[in-house]
Design a protein around this ligand. Structure first.
Ligand code: AMP
Ligand code: MG
Length: 339
């Protein structure tokens, strides 16, 4: 419930100035919200055929969910997880694209982002009713076995092979970004609509400008009270993706256990950061980097993000210090609130 309320609040911030529902042909607006791929997806777009465009974008999201969700028993990723040990399995173009990106970011971040820790993610079961602190030995056993180096990706044949039978892929840190990019593609490329906003539970894509020609205002949640926004930035044709310790977690014996795991320790990442936001053009890249930077901590993250062209980051430490890369300093407006 709390999540839904905060989601609605953030949406209100996002959509400031967008309540005008004129229906003339040059100014048609359509909005839609649905839960897909484990997250609430919400969108508002402006332009002729906006209803058809947004509905088709949602259909595309559902199509990708059936490929990439490990929660769906007969999804392509579930089948791959069940059959790829010692066996080269041919995968769809969509899945191959995401797996190649996932491998790229696993290597780039030396395993801070690791798409092969599905076993560890299942063990913690954070975000489900079975969430619990596992036995230390169980964590250690999985740590010794699994990492991205145990997967072979063959670019020529678009095949994937696991070198260990315990490997399990989980695309939870990257698939939402891909879905966001693909939804945008349907809206902009197929329907030629260039005004709108999509929010996939913290992955925001700003398409063009608002219908009154002003920039979109995107909020970054206050990580210690995510009913509030702690900073805003004005945005157009870019994505703003946040990973935070408030998204999925449980509390046991007064300790908070959140859903972003450090593949080095097997425990929820404890890098000193509690929120990481990446701002760039493509949401799949932003999604991978927001998770990776959460694990890497402030210094390494700033260094990494500064080294990549056209990517910026906003990082919030557990002491509530807001730090950011040089290219975004003058765009972030910090909001004082009493939390
Ligand atoms: P995000 O909200 O994008 O940061 O992604 C978090 C989700 O990605 C979790 O719910 C897990 O499914 C998965 N995940 C957790 N830790 C990692 C990690 N270090 N690398 C890759 N995926 C992860
Ligand atoms: Mg992510």
């Amino acid at each position: 419930m709390k999540k839904i309320i905060s989601f609605i609040l953030i949406l209100i911030v996002l959509l400031i100035g967008c309540s005008n529902k004129e229906k003339d042909n040059n100014n048609i607006q359509y909005s839609k919200t649905e839960e897909i791929i484990g997250t609430v997806i919400s969108g508002t777009i402006y332009g002729e055929n906006s209803k058809e465009a947004l509905c088709e974008a949602f259909e595309r999201a559902e199509y990708i969910e059936k490929i990439m969700s490990v929660k769906i028993q007969d999804s392509e990723i579930s089948n791959l997880n069940n059959t790829a040990f010692n066996n080269e399995v041919k995968v769809s173009n969509e899945l191959f694209y995401v797996l190649e990106k996932a491998m790229y970011y696993s290597k780039l971040t030396e395993g801070a982002f690791d798409f092969t820790i599905g076993g560890l993610i299942d063990l913690w079961a954070i975000g489900t009713e079975n969430a619990k602190v596992p036995k230390h030995e169980e964590i250690i056993n999985l740590l010794e076995l699994d990492n991205y180096k145990n997967i072979q990706i063959n670019s020529e044949n678009k095949t994937v092979k696991f070198l260990k039978d315990t490997v399990k892929i989980d695309l939870g840190a990257i698939a939402k970004g891909y879905v966001a990019d693909e939804m945008k593609k349907v809206i902009c490329e197929k329907y030629n609509i260039h005004s709108g906003i999509l929010n996939l539970g913290g992955n925001v894509i700003a398409i063009g400008k608002k219908n009154n020609n002003s920039l979109w205002k995107v909020g970054i949640c206050n990580p210690i009270n995510n009913s509030y926004v702690i900073a805003t930035l004005e945005s157009s044709d870019e994505t703003v993706v946040t990973s935070g310790n408030y998204e999925r977690y449980f509390i046991e014996n007064g300790m908070k256990y959140h859903h972003i795991l450090d593949p080095n320790t097997g425990y929820p990442a404890n890098s000193g950061l509690i929120s990481t936001t990446i701002v760039t053009e493509s949401s799949i890249d932003a999604d991978a980097l927001s998770t990776a930077t959460y694990v890497l901590g402030l210094d390494k993250s700033k260094e990494l993000v500064e080294s990549i062209d056209n990517v910026e980051g906003v990082f919030i430490t557990e002491d509530m210090v807001i730090d950011m890369t040089s290219g975004i300093n003058n765009r972030i407006k910090v909001i004082q609130n009493d939390t």
